[in-house]
Structures are given as structure tokens and as C-alpha cells.
Write a protein of this length. Structure first.
Length: 183
């Protein structure tokens, strides 16, 4: 089964839609443009990551996971330009019915509620279309902006995971959040 997602128009002329192979050039440009902005929140990246070929490979990998019903890679697009990504990944079925939420937004689009709107659309699809029971997310301890987005989107803080992810070249603690979608 392939996870379907209807394009969602957001404020400011952005559209949340499924990532496409043809997005590789614009996604590479967006990552290059936001390299400094994202560095403190991302794993250390090699130079290929910032190229069209590197992004084309990553997109193919994400779309293959979508075909397996384990990921939903979405682009925040402004025309042909990419302004960010929202990904529901590591989807587990069975008794768990859980997915992991990840996201980033272009530095020129922050502070306008766009990511909150995008996450709301993903929550609704996860609950209504994919039958997930829970979405979880993690942020660095000092990423207050991302924590605010999650809380605004109905996530609750559930704890701290020591040395959770290797970000900016070192293992760092993360605050864990969850959103229960069904009572």
C-alpha cells in the first residue's frame, strides 16, 4: 500500500504535498541556502548531501519507504521552490500504530505558523487516513521554537532521552513528545 496524501494549501502560498523525484534540484538548493540555519539541528552532512544527485538519491529512498507504508515524505513548496520538509517515518503497524515526525523550515519562512499548519495536516491524515494511534517527535533540549510548534499542535512532553541522536557531530539529549490520535 502507498500512503496517499492530498495536497494541502497553507497560508503564505505554500502547499504541503508528497515529495517528488523532480524536487531534487530545488531541495538541494534549499538545503544549501539553509545550511547554516540547520547546522545546529542536523546531523553532520557530507558535501554530496547538498547536491542535486545527493538529494535525488535521498528522495528515491524516501519514496521507496512510502511504497512500503513506512514513511510519508512531504514537501512544503512555494511554486517550484522547496521551503521545508515534513516527514512521518518509521511507521510501525500492529499493536503500536506509531510514526515518527520530523520537520524543518526555510529560515525565511519561520515564525508565521506555517509548520504548525503543516503538522496539523499530517496529524489529521495520520489519524483519519492511515489509522495511526500515536505520533512521536524529539527535539534538542534547547530547540524551544520546535517545542513550541509541537505543543501548539497538541503534543505532550513525555521525557528526556539522553544521548538520543548524533546532532552537529556529537550525541545530544532530546526532549521526547507524543500525540495520541485516538482515545
Amino acid at each position: 500500500m502507498t500512503l496517499a496524501f492530498a495536497d494541502e494549501e497553507l497560508a503564505g502560498g505554500l502547499v504541503l504535498r508528497v515529495l517528488r523525484e523532480s524536487d531534487a534540484p530545488e531541495l538541494a538548493a534549499a538545503y544549501a541556502r539553509n545550511r547554516g540555519h540547520l547546522a545546529q539541528w542536523d546531523p553532520t552532512r557530507d558535501e554530496e548531501f547538498y547536491t542535486e544527485a545527493g538529494q535525488a538519491r535521498r528522495i528515491r529512498e524516501q519514496l521507496a519507504l512510502r511504497e512500503l507504508d513506512t514513511a510519508l515524505p512531504l514537501a512544503l513548496a512555494e511554486g517550484d521552490s522547496i521551503a521545508g520538509l515534513v516527514t512521518l517515518s518509521s511507521i510501525v503497524r500492529g499493536a503500536f500504530q506509531n510514526g515518527m515526525l520530523g520537520y524543518w523550515l526555510d529560515r525565511d519562512h519561520t515564525g508565521r505558523g506555517l509548520m504548525s499548519s503543516a503538522i496539523t495536516a499530517v496529524i489529521e491524515a495520520a489519524r483519519d487516513d492511515y489509522g495511526l494511534h500515536r505520533i512521536q517527535a524529539a527535539t534538542l533540549l534547547h530547540n524551544h521554537a520546535s517545542q513550541t510548534v509541537l505543543v501548539r499542535s497538541g503534543f505532550e512532553r513525555i521525557g528526556v532521552a539522553p544521548n538520543y541522536l548524533k546532532i552537529a557531530g556529537r550525541w545530544q539529549d532530546h526532549v521526547l513528545f507524543q500525540r495520541i490520535l485516538h482515545d
